[in-house]
Design a binder for this molecule. Structure first.
Ligand code: PNW
Length: 454
């Protein structure tokens, strides 16, 4: 046994991180355009104005994807390119761009996986309250209707939201990312409720308006864990921590992925939310539950790292401190491949849906070496370790449907600008030259052999 025969291999990007052309062809402003232009928020005051200039270079990028053996490509649509103010009028030039992109992918034998929202909130909607305004669910419904009507003849796989946890946790709690706010618990729970409903409305629109049956999921992130040992106590404590808040902080409420995933896949908030935040939690009506927990076709998890858990007194989960000098990436994120075995296993157990890793990868210290190659051997080792763990989860019976490496090419890493390189392909931002890194050739072989070379 190994990865299944029709396993989906690919890589992922997001629109603001690669497209550039931020103010071209009628595109409206989004919160990232404003956040970067305001200055003071992003490393070096970098912006996504040009990024990888993918908007003008998508044909050569897709050619490279094909050469590098990609079978599937997860990308996101920039809402304000399609609807400049976020609602109402549709910008045909924006539609044309994604039409050409989709056609080019299909012509090259690459299956498109479309994310509707990867953090590109139109600024005009933000001015009306954005995620704090309950109308967000209807705005998202209308946008999703356009996506379904225009693209579902060719796109069969959709992700509603990318990482609701980051949308709130980084955008509205820590304020590291756009719109850069630090809001309190009342606002946070209003947004959790609004986002859940927006997801539900998006699913409705995609089901109602698509011209053929489509498959729908979302890409979650959130805290994941692995056990300190194989003892039943440590494993149980890890399973518990994965789906239950391990303290009563607002941070934990946002980052424990049961907060979003239980309502979406099981139709109920996890009980700790009510225990700890009953004063601000917005209860779901029967109608809300029906809307939010409409059956999905798969589950998507973005995973970069996990924390180690051991059973403490009474079996309660305790996070194990990492030793000094623990392996870390350029994001200072720990290298914890075990998470790609345990998280899929536990998540599959709980939600019972075909499981995708929708993002996984690392920022490493990449530059062009004297011989012209980008020798990112750390990335090869990282992929090898994480993919072996994922393979073990598949062999143990979890229905692992696919894996999207983050990212196809170096790009605008949000608040860290261009300082962090996550790509399989190196981008020289001065010349826009693309150079496949050594890891791209390794990953090509992984895809070709369906993981047999791991
Ligand atoms: C993801 N965390 O973000 C995003 O989906 C990508 O757009 C991004 O480039 C990539 O990961 C790398 O950062 C995350 O703090 C950001 O747990 C932060 C976290 C998780 C995901």
């Amino acid at each position: 046994m190994s990865f299944k025969k029709d396993f989906v291999w690919g890589s992922a990007t997001a629109s603001y991180q690669i497209e550039g052309a931020a103010f071209e062809d009628g595109k409206g402003w989004n919160i990232w355009d404003v956040f970067t232009h305001e200055g003071g928020h992003v490393y070096g005051n970098h912006t996504g104005d040009v990024a990888c200039d993918h908007y003008h270079r998508f044909k050569e990028d897709i050619k490279l994807m094909k050469e590098l053996g990609m079978k599937a490509y997860r990308f996101s649509v920039n809402w304000a390119r399609i609807m400049p103010t976020g609602e109402g009028a549709v910008n045909e030039k924006g539609i044309a761009f994604y039409n050409e992109l989709i056609d080019e992918l299909l012509a090259n034998g690459i299956e498109p996986y479309l994310t509707l929202y990867h953090w590109e909130l139109p600024y005009d909607l933000y001015k009306q309250g954005g995620f704090l305004n309950p109308k967000i669910a209807d705005w998202f419904y209308d946008y999703a209707s356009v996506i379904a009507e225009r693209f579902s003849d060719r796109v069969k796989h959709f992700f509603t939201l990318n990482e609701p946890q980051c949308i709130i946790g980084l955008g509205y709690l820590s304020g590291e990312q756009a719109p850069g706010l630090k809001t309190g618990k009342k606002d946070i729970f209003q947004m959790i409720y609004n986002l859940l409903r927006a997801h539900g409305k998006c699913v409705s629109a995609l089901r109602e308006k698509s011209v053929q049956p489509v498959k729908i999921g979302l890409a979650s992130c959130g805290n994941t864990y692995y056990p300190a040992s194989d003892s039943p106590e440590d494993i149980e404590a890890t399973r518990y921590a994965t789906f239950h808040m391990i303290n009563d902080s607002l941070h934990e409420a946002v980052w424990n992925f049961a907060t979003f995933m239980d309502p979406i896949y099981l139709g109920e908030y996890p009980k700790e939310l009510r225990e700890y935040f009953g004063d601000v939690l917005i209860e779901l009506t029967e109608e809300d539950k029906k809307l939010i927990s409409q059956p999905l076709d798969f589950y998507g998890q973005n995973n970069y790292n996990s924390a180690e858990i051991k059973a403490g007194k009474d079996g309660k989960p305790e996070i194990v401190n990492r030793y000094d000098g623990f392996p870390e990436t350029m994001m200072l994120w720990p290298v914890t491949p075990e998470g790609l075995y345990w998280a899929p296993k536990f998540i599959y157990e709980r939600y019972q849906k075909p499981f995708f890793i929708t993002e996984n990868g690392l920022a490493s210290m990449d530059w062009v070496h004297v011989d012209g190659k980008v020798k990112d051997y750390g990335r090869i080792d990282f992929l090898q370790r994480y993919l072996r763990a994922l393979k073990r989860a598949a062999e143990d019976g979890a229905d692992i449907a696919g894996y999207f490496q983050w990212s196809f090419m170096d790009n605008f890493e949000w608040a860290l600008g261009y300082a962090k390189r996550f790509g399989l392909v190196y981008v020289d931002y001065e010349t826009q030259e693309r150079i496949p890194k050594e890891s791209a050739y390794f990953y090509k072989e992984v895809m070709e052999t369906n993981g047999e070379n791991l």
